[in-house]
Design a binder for this molecule. Structure first.
Ligand code: PMV
Length: 331
């Protein structure tokens, strides 16, 4: 007779407004700088895990298919969980994203946050939110932030063991009337993953040191803007920080170019909206999609403009929302 311990969790993506691009420790996945993000109320990962004494290997499915390389990454994360908490069983993991996977839409953030929460519940580990954030970070740096609802700040920390590198709440979801419109420009997976992209940038971009310094200033500016409920400054800091991150990546050898033609079209469209007096700002992660930040009342106008762009294949809408949580296990 096999023994099964199972649980289900759901976790949202988050979009960094001041971004993380660079690590101070590769093994523990420690970021070189802090970051600030908004956790979304849509773009969710649903994960069910079953630790089963009858299994002799981990079995991972992503969107109903065997998970391939992503599955190997999940298995490495489960090795870590087994190692840290003295667990022997392998697990069956069923995970489903309700948005395109691997194309700069933070699927690793929601994915590892959901996995950390599901492991904690299935194994009854009783981890605190900070401990869950530390654990999720080992899977993906940005995942540490999806534990927190609303606006979250990830601390870079200074401890060698990474125990102080976790995310904390900065402001509740209601702090800003913010909407995020994701302009999808391709559904293809990105060519260079974030770990490899960061390694290349740190090793070869002459702009990397300046990026780290500028990020620290952006963190201060964004914290203050959030405290004041000042959406225009939040947008301005986020757009500038995004452009500095991409400038730093472009300065790597070979330069990391995550944009396609439609990415650039959206950036110009957002600037044109601003010139017309509409508060809209863009931010872009390690992929070709553009996340447009705007005030709730301007959403229909901004969406209508994005819909006119030929290279935009879909527009997904989100607002600030709650962090990762356990859900009733599906049968
Ligand atoms: O957590 P990772 O390894 O997927 O890296 C995230 C990198 C960015 O999305 C570009 C920035 C961020 O802070 O989310």
């Amino acid at each position: 007779m096999s023994t099964v311990r199972s649980a289900s969790a759901v976790a949202p993506s988050n979009i960094a407004l001041v971004k993380y691009w660079g690590k101070r420790d590769l093994e523990l996945n420690l970021p070189a700088t802090g970051s600030i993000s908004v956790t979304l109320d849509t773009l969710l990962t649903h994960t069910t895990i079953a630790f089963d004494t009858a299994l002799d290997t981990d079995e991972v499915t992503l969107n109903g298919e065997p998970a391939g390389t992503a599955g190997a990454r999940v298995a490495r994360f489960l090795d870590l969980v087994r190692d840290l908490y003295g667990v022997r069983e392998h697990a069956r993991v069923e995970t489903r994203n309700d948005f395109p996977t691997g194309a700069g839409l933070a699927s690793s953030a929601s994915g590892f946050a959901a996995l950390a929460v599901a492991c904690d519940a299935a194994l009854e580990l009783g981890l605190s939110t900070e401990q869950l954030s530390v654990l999720a970070r080992r899977g993906s740096g940005s995942a540490a932030r999806s534990l927190i609802g609303g606006f979250a700040e990830m601390h870079a920390g200074s401890a060698d063991d990474g125990t102080d590198a976790y995310a904390v709440p900065l402001a509740p979801a209601e702090a800003l009337p913010l909407r995020v419109l994701v302009a999808v420009t391709t559904r293809e997976a990105k060519a260079v993953g974030s770990t490899e992209g960061m390694r290349l940038t740190e090793a070869t971009s002459p702009f990397y040191g300046a990026w780290v310094d500028a990020t620290r200033e952006d963190l201060d500016a964004l914290r203050a803007a959030l405290r004041d409920g000042d959406l225009a400054t939040v947008g301005q800091v986020a757009e500038g920080n995004c452009l500095r991150m991409h400038a730093t990546m472009l300065g790597a050898e070979p330069g990391l170019l995550y944009w396609n033609a439609a990415t650039v079209d959206v950036m110009h469209a957002v600037r044109a909206l601003r010139a017309e007096g509409i508060g809209a700002w863009f931010t872009i992660d390690a992929g070709p999609q553009v996340k447009v930040l705007c005030e709730a009342e301007d959403e229909p106008h901004v969406r209508a403009r994005l819909d006119t762009l030929a290279g935009v294949t879909a527009v997904l809408a989100a607002g600030p929302g709650p962090g990762a949580r356990v859900v009733e296990a599906s049968a």
